[in-house]
Design a protein around this ligand. Structure first.
Ligand code: SF4
Length: 368
């Protein structure tokens, strides 16, 4: 469990079992959602079919209040797939014999040009954990190189200390994503047997360090499929409430990545189906209306097109999860996970507009 949460897993399970129809209805119309409203709205009681329409309506109202009809678009750019960690569920882990590649600055330029052709102005830099090559200085160099080409630069790389985050922020990065994978400490240690990522606490407080260093957006998530999702959802909500208090100047952003097949053959013990995924996203939108929410490219087009109308406010388009996948090595895929939405950006924009929503490629101009 998230360590600041004062309840045990058994108490959370017991609470879920006692949620009544009245509690679900009260949480659906709560003015300021609490931790217990979140539990009520993801409970087995709330999963009953008769609540789905009111949940969608309440979530859509919350989404409209803060995000109108806009859908923000970003692209991930994998700059490296070298990694010293041993995560059992990932094809980039050190024991997997995947082809490895680190993009050169010139290759990064080629990839960025291919991404910019689709009008995308928000870039997420992704790299495996590789302290020898992906140093803070190198990442800062990339930030400085790209900050005039993209209005928003985000990072999904190895956790850093607070000083490093200050340097990265000064270099142009303003947003950070770090999946905790699982909040269950024992399971975390089993899944991450070696490498720097094996230290649960260091990863857990990543967003706190980045928030204190000035990062404007702090992304939180667990990997759906590793542990029972309702228990993880309780921890995720507690983590988000904690960060909102400690880093009140930053915006929290949720993601709900489900494990998709990898060539290493990892099978999730607690798979999450689409129905439960939707329930969780609707509940988090209702309780955390102002927070960002991303829908993953791991989901299929129909689900993505529907959930950006009711809950999520941003999505990637035309994603490649291979270093060089946009331009340099477009024909050779060494992906971290399987993508289920392979549409080109133009098709995604069309689908958004067909649903009477507005595609947002740029949120602001950086004048500093
Ligand atoms: S999940 Fe991340 S840290 Fe773990 S092996 Fe894959 S790339 Fe490395």
């Amino acid at each position: 469990m998230f360590p600041k949460l004062k309840f045990t897993e058994a108490q959370i399970r017991d609470y879920y079992a006692r949620v009544t129809p009245d509690m679900v209805r009260a949480s659906l119309s709560a003015e300021h959602g609490s931790f217990f409203d979140l539990l009520n709205l993801v409970s087995p009681e709330a999963a009953r079919p008769e609540y789905r329409a009111p949940l969608r309506e309440a979530s859509m109202r919350a989404r409209r209040r803060y995000y109108g009809k806009t859908v923000s678009i970003f692209a991930p750019l994998y700059i490296s797939n070298t990694c010293v960690n041993s995560c059992r569920y990932c094809d980039f882990n050190i024991h997997h014999h995947a082809e490895r590649k680190i993009l050169t600055p010139e290759e990064i330029d080629l990839e960025c040009a291919a991404i910019r052709k689709n009008g995308i102005d928000s870039l997420l830099i992704v790299a495996g954990e590789d302290p020898k090559h992906m140093t803070v200085d190198y990442l800062c160099e990339i930030g400085r190189r790209l900050k005039d080409r993209f209005s928003c630069l985000s990072l999904e790389v190895a956790p850093q200390d607070e000083d490093a985050y200050r340097k990265l922020f000064d270099a142009g990065f303003e947003s950070l994503i770090c999946f905790q994978e699982t909040y269950e400490k024992g399971l975390y240690q089993y899944l991450h047997p070696a490498g720097p990522k094996s230290v649960y606490e260091y990863r857990l407080w990543t967003q706190l360090r980045a928030g204190k260093a000035g990062f404007r957006t702090l992304g939180v998530a667990f990997l759906l499929g590793l542990a029972p999702w309702r228990i993880e959802a309780a921890s995720l909500a507690a983590h988000a409430f904690y960060l909102m208090k400690e880093c009140w100047q930053s915006r929290i952003q949720f993601a709900f990545p489900r494990i998709t097949p990898v060539s290493g053959g990892f099978t999730p013990e607690h798979p999450v189906d689409e129905n439960d995924l939707e329930l969780m996203m609707l509940a988090f939108r209702i309780v955390f209306p102002e927070c960002g929410m991303t829908v993953s490219t791991r989901e299929d087009p129909a689900f993505r097109d529907a959930i950006v109308q009711t809950a999520a406010d941003n999505m990637s388009a035309g994603s490649r999860v291979t270093p060089g996948g946009y331009a340099v090595l477009a024909d050779r895929d060494v992906a971290q996970f399987t993508l289920n939405d392979s549409r080109e950006p133009a098709e995604i924009y069309q689908a958004i507009r067909r649903n009477h929503q507005e595609v947002v490629l740029k949120n602001w101009d950086n004048r500093i």
